[in-house]
Structures are given as C-alpha cells and as structure tokens.
Design a protein around this ligand. Structure first.
Ligand SMILES: [Fe+2]
Ligand SMILES: [Fe+2]
Length: 215
C-alpha cells in the first residue's frame, strides 16, 4: 500500500512539474527539431504587422499549451497499449511546436496568453476524462482537436504578414505535423465525433482563439 501512495504522489508531482514547465515564461523545455524559422532571416515588419504576427503566434502557442495538457491528461487515464509509442511521438512533436511558438513570440517582442493556466486546466480535465471513458473516445478527441487546429493554422497563413517568413515557416510545419496526428488518431481506432460535438468544440476553440489573440 505505501508504494501505491508513493506512486500517486509521484504521478501528481510529474504532472504538476509538466504543467509548470509548460506554463512558465521562458520555459526550460527544448525542442527535438530546430525551429523551421531558424534558417530564415527576420523580416523588417511594420508595428502593425509585428503586432498581428505576435497575436496569431500567441493563439498558436495557447493551442500548443492545450495540446500538452490534453496529451498529459490522456496519458494519465487512457490505456492505449497499441498506440502508446505513436502517441508519445505526437506529444514530443507538440513540445517542438510549443517551443517554436514561444521563440517567435519572444522575437516579435510580445507575451504568451495570460489565460494559458485556465486553458491548460480545462484541456487536462478533458484529456483525462476522455481517457477514462475509452481509448476510442480519447483518440477521437485528439483527431477532432487536431482537425480544428489545422483549420486555425490554415486561416493563420492567410492572416500572417506576407513578409514574415519565419512565423509562416513555423505554422506550415505545424500544419503538416497536426494533420499527421489527426490521421494517426483516427487510424488507431479513434471515434469520428458526430457533427454536433464538433460544433461544440468549434465554439470552445472560438472563445480560446479570440481571448488569446487579445490577452
Ligand atoms: Fe501542435
Ligand atoms: Fe498535434
């Protein structure tokens, strides 16, 4: 029994540590792959363009905070024996995205969203809850979320300043990765959520993107 208690405490500490590292400004997390922005030079943006790019990258960063929480919550409760390795690879790529977005926001002289702790908590609860129901629901949730993220990223490519090649390179690579994550979750047996559920998710993501764009 003492071991059981210890492992619960361990689990709590590991999750709290991950949450704090995700949410900390100037987080010590490092990306596996270097940012696609690195080989490109910084554009000479106007003040309005810089603000626009920073606001969009802040939205993307919040999306990646949610991804961290979703995968962490899911890892806590889901069984996922068959797809564990693939899920872990996807989670690693989400760390890359988080770091790349943070780098772009720093370079653009802005800040991450103040509401990130709220979105982290919500996404963690959803991830853990979905994992408790079943792996099929859990994977279905990943697929639906990634689909939503792809739509945002495509939209951001039309809104980012044309000259901001660095932000665009980050978003383009993320788009490629997220589409792969969605396919992986569906082919691993994820449930294809009905339209009303997807509609509700669109509504929640609208609140997230609108608030993160501003604060
Ligand atoms: Fe991502
Ligand atoms: Fe993803």
């Amino acid at each position: 029994m003492p071991n059981r208690h210890l492992s619960l405490i361990d689990t709590f500490i590991i999750n709290a540590d991950r949450a704090l590292r995700t949410l900390a400004a100037g987080s010590d997390m490092t990306s596996e792959r270097p940012s696609p922005a690195r080989p490109l030079s910084e554009a000479d943006l106007s003040e309005a363009e810089r603000k626009q790019a920073a606001a969009l990258m802040r939205v993307n960063h919040t999306g990646e905070v949610c991804a961290q929480a979703l995968y962490q919550g899911q890892a806590l409760t889901a069984k996922l024996p068959v797809v564990r390795a693939e899920m872990e690879k996807a989670a690693e790529e989400e760390v890359d995205h988080l770091v790349w977005c943070q780098e772009r926001i720093d370079a653009l002289g802005s800040h991450t969203s103040y509401l990130n702790p709220v979105w982290y908590g919500l996404s963690f609860a959803i991830g853990a809850g979905a994992g408790l129901v079943s792996d099929k629901v859990s994977l279905g949730f990943v697929a639906a979320t990634e689909d939503q993220v792809c739509k945002h990223l495509q939209d951001h490519l039309t809104q980012l300043p044309v000259g901001d090649a660095r932000s665009r390179a980050v978003v383009e690579q993320m788009l490629e990765d997220e589409a792969r994550h969605a396919d992986m979750a569906l082919s691993a047996g994820g449930y294809n959520f009905p339209t009303p559920v997807k509609g509700l998710m669109t509504l929640v993501s609208k609140v997230m993107t609108t608030t993160s764009y501003r604060i």
